[in-house]
Design a protein around this ligand. Structure first.
Ligand SMILES: Cc1cc2nc3c(=O)[nH]c(=O)nc-3n(C[C@H](O)[C@H](O)[C@H](O)COP(=O)(O)O)c2cc1C
Length: 161
């Protein structure tokens, strides 16, 4: 039997970036979810993925949209990360942001964005694997990523030090 705390501690030594998955539903309501499990999957065809917890209240609402935008967070976006990682009725309250070509929320200062349609959802343990087909994508040429490692937030300068 694997102790859950030990599992988290061991897996926490694998550093990840942090993304906010955003979407707008048919009624115009915006949804957002922080994930550290984002990954590139395939170049041809271009596919990316992430693992939402089955207990996430935001994921089913994003799934209903049929598409999503991956916003890769920069080191200065820690407050934004905390906002989208907390449960809230409207995570976008009083938040100015742009729109991607597909009309999904594009967070100001995001290092990169990817407009995706949902290609596949697979049931895996207590999470889902969501695969997105990339339709459009872009990046900023400056900025450093927000990193998550051993249960805390870091930036590249901190890890180098
Ligand atoms: C750094 C970080 C990484 C996270 N990675 C994931 C993830 O990969 N999948 C997931 O379902 N939740 C992840 N979470 C937790 C969700 O962001 C959080 O439980 C969720 O936003 C709760 O709100 P919801 O009920 O509106 O979905 C992560 C949180 C943080 C702070």
């Amino acid at each position: 039997m694997i102790d859950p705390r030990h599992f988290r501690d061991v897996l926490g030594t694998y550093p990840t970036g942090v993304c906010v998955i955003t979407a707008v539903d048919a009624a115009g309501k915006r949804h957002g979810l922080v994930v550290g499990s984002f990954s590139s999957i395939s170049l041809d065809p271009p596919l990316v993925g992430f693992f939402p917890d089955k207990k996430s209240s935001s994921w089913p609402l994003i799934a209903d949209c049929g598409r999503f935008c991956v916003n890769v967070l920069g080191a200065e976006q820690l407050e934004l990360c905390k906002r989208f990682a907390a449960k809230a009725e409207d995570k976008f309250a009083d938040l100015a942001h742009g729109l991607t070509p597909a009309g999904m929320p594009l967070l100001d200062q995001a290092l990169a964005w990817l407009d995706c349609t949902i290609e596949r959802i697979t049931d895996i343990g207590d999470h889902l694997l969501v695969v997105g087909a990339v339709e459009a994508l872009g990046k900023r040429d400056e900025g450093t990523p927000l990193l998550f490692f051993r249960g805390g937030y870091h930036d590249l300068a901190c890890l180098a030090g």
